[in-house]
Write a protein that binds this ligand. Sequence first.
Ligand code: AMP
Ligand code: TRP
Length: 340
Amino acid sequence: MNATHTPRIFSGIQPSGGLTLGNYLGALKRFAEYQDSGLETIYCLVDLHALTVWQDPAALIEQTREAAAAFMAAGVDPARSILFNQSQVPAHAELSWLLSCVARVGWMDRMTQFKDKGGKDRERVSLALYAYPALMAADILVYHATAVPVGEDQKQHLELTRDIAAKFNHDYGVDFFPITNPLIEGAATRVMSLRDGSKKMSKSDPSDASRINLTDDADTIAQKIRKARTDADPLPGSMEGLKDRPEARNLVNIYAALSGEGTDQVLARFEGQGFGAFKPALAEVAVAVLAPITSRMTELKSDPAEIDRILGDGAERAEAIARPIVERTKEIMGMIRSRG
Ligand code: AMP
Ligand code: TRP
């Protein structure tokens, strides 16, 4: 961490569909925990990032409110954190342009998320999908954030953010942007699909059975876990024994992350037992953790005006931090500002 910058935490999630257990364990749960770290916490629904692939406008509004409800239901407290949607703070888009003048095409070409999302259709995806990591760097750097909690899949984007910050500082001979640290911690930094242990659990997977949604009811959760792909072997006594069993490893990781135990503790309890015994136990923990979150989300969603008010208030507080940083960036880069 850069000594000259006040520590500050920033993270974001795209409101591009319902959130999953992966988002909860890899991100939301930890966002709530960092509120106790004594550091300032800023959390953002990155609606501009969501637009990089087609979004129905009315659905996007609903998804943004639902994601805001999920943040709060998972414990993000708008009184202790700044919670807002990205498009209400224009400084993000503004800094994104400035940073895209610093970032190199060769760096963008290496981004695996673009390769995955662009796929074979590379020529036809939006220009913004390619530029996406520059906006992400701007999200972080516009607050001079020093630490960013994310799941494993975002590591490469955070490395790019560091590269952009370092090149800016070097090119302009300043020590202006911090070199941000990724916070990728815990048993569930990469929750995998319930149908395929080699793919991450994702809201965009065509199979609903592959994921647990934060809106699923108890029966649906239990059924998805019961049907989750596994193997016929009993559970071993340590994680070492799950090296070549990705589906089994995933379920054990999920159990540990949900119950707050270590994976070895979980295995010590279930050693020698098959999935006939493990899956119902996992379903029970999952429902115990998720049911209160789901019902709180439903409550919060019933008052959309209040959600919008919270996001507006968060945006104003975010703007107060971001505006001077983007203005100073332009000054460093040689932009005249002569308006009153
Ligand atoms: P996204 O849904 O892609 O906007 O991701 C939002 C946050 O959730 C990021 O920090 C991701 O790294 C995290 N995340 C998404 N899917 C998973 C997953 N399957 N396991 C762990 N973290 C995840
Ligand atoms: N790219 C992230 C994802 O898909 C979302 C995101 C956008 C983000 N801006 C960010 C995460 C800034 C952390 C910090 O998950």
